[in-house]
Design a protein around this ligand. Structure first.
Ligand SMILES: *[C@@H]1O[C@H](CO)[C@@H](O)[C@H](O)[C@H]1NC(C)=O
Ligand SMILES: *[C@@H]1O[C@H](CO)[C@@H](O)[C@H](O)[C@H]1NC(C)=O
Length: 261
């Protein structure tokens, strides 16, 4: 449900139904894989999962622990199906981009899992460089690009592959960034919050600026901007995704269930 809600925020137009459906599946996979790296997996198991994603072969499933097999297979089938659709409808083989994005995501999750096991507190810079990938932002952008059936040009693909200003945005788990900054500089929480707020503002400024100079269509720029807006909306009062409270429920009911009177 939360994943679907996020996707409505990204792409609400009627003609983007395929994009919403597909990204909802991707969102679920992100939540599950995030939990595997954060909670369930030992470092050895996580290394196996990461290398299975790097290999991107069906046989890789054999070396995984049982509880990871179904997740890997779901990931493999879902992403391959997207690649199949893009190849069939647009004549372009997108698998390299989709796969690369998952590889980077899993590697960054592995870095965080190792930090956490070692009780290592990264500097803010270290944290942000990794969290930019582990927040799944570039991963979602790559999938949104193909799922919303954008015109595939060399310039757009280059931009998608690079970390352009447009793609750089604040992530949801800022409380951790605040902690990193406090630990690194002995700043008070108030000062650290202001620092992060400045970074967010600066990032929006850059994003606004680069929105007018990009190889992407306005409709895709809108999806990317919506992604950043979503982060504000879902995380403005704490974790609005994984915390099951009344706020989320009311939001869903107001938006999707109850008729507008
Ligand atoms: C932070 O405070 C601790 C204890 O007062 C001190 O040992 C450390 O050097 C300080 N670190 C910085 C970066 O100021
Ligand atoms: C970015 O643009 C939006 C309008 O699209 C505006 O509301 C916002 O204030 C701008 N932010 C910055 C930091 O320039």
């Amino acid at each position: 449900m939360e994943s679907f809600l996020w996707c409505i925020g990204l792409a609400c137009e009627p003609q983007l139904e395929f994009c919403r459906t597909y990204l909802t599946k991707i969102g679920n996979l992100i939540f599950i894989i995030d939990d595997i790296y954060d909670i369930y997996g030992s470092i050895d198991e996580l290394e196996l999962f990461t290398s299975a994603v790097e290999r991107w072969e069906i046989n890789a499933i054999e070396v995984l622990p049982d509880y990871m097999k179904i997740c890997f297979l779901a990931l493999y089938n879902t992403v391959n199906e997207m690649a199949y659709t893009t190849l069939k409808e647009q004549g372009y083989s997108a698998l390299q981009h989709l796969n690369k994005a998952w590889e980077n995501f899993c590697r960054s999750m592995l870095v965080e899992a190792k930090w956490s096991k070692k009780n290592y507190m990264p500097t803010l810079e270290e944290y942000l460089a990794n969290a930019w990938i582990s927040s799944s932002t570039p991963l979602v952008h790559v999938h949104a690009f193909f799922a919303s059936k954008q015109k595939i040009t060399a310039e757009a693909l280059d931009c998608l592959n690079s970390e352009s200003d447009l793609a750089e945005q604040e992530r949801g788990d800022v409380p951790s960034a605040i902690q990193c900054h406090m630990c690194e500089t002995n700043a008070t929480e108030k000062v650290a919050r202001e620092k992060i707020r400045d970074i967010i503002k600066e990032t929006w400024r850059k994003m606004n600026k680069s929105a007018s100079d990009t190889p992407f269509s306005p409709s895709f720029v809108n999806i990317i901007e919506n992604h950043a807006r979503n982060a504000h909306c879902f995380y403005q009062h704490g974790d609005g995704i994984s915390v099951q409270d009344n706020v989320g429920k009311k939001r869903v009911q107001a938006l999707l269930v109850k008729p507008i009177v």
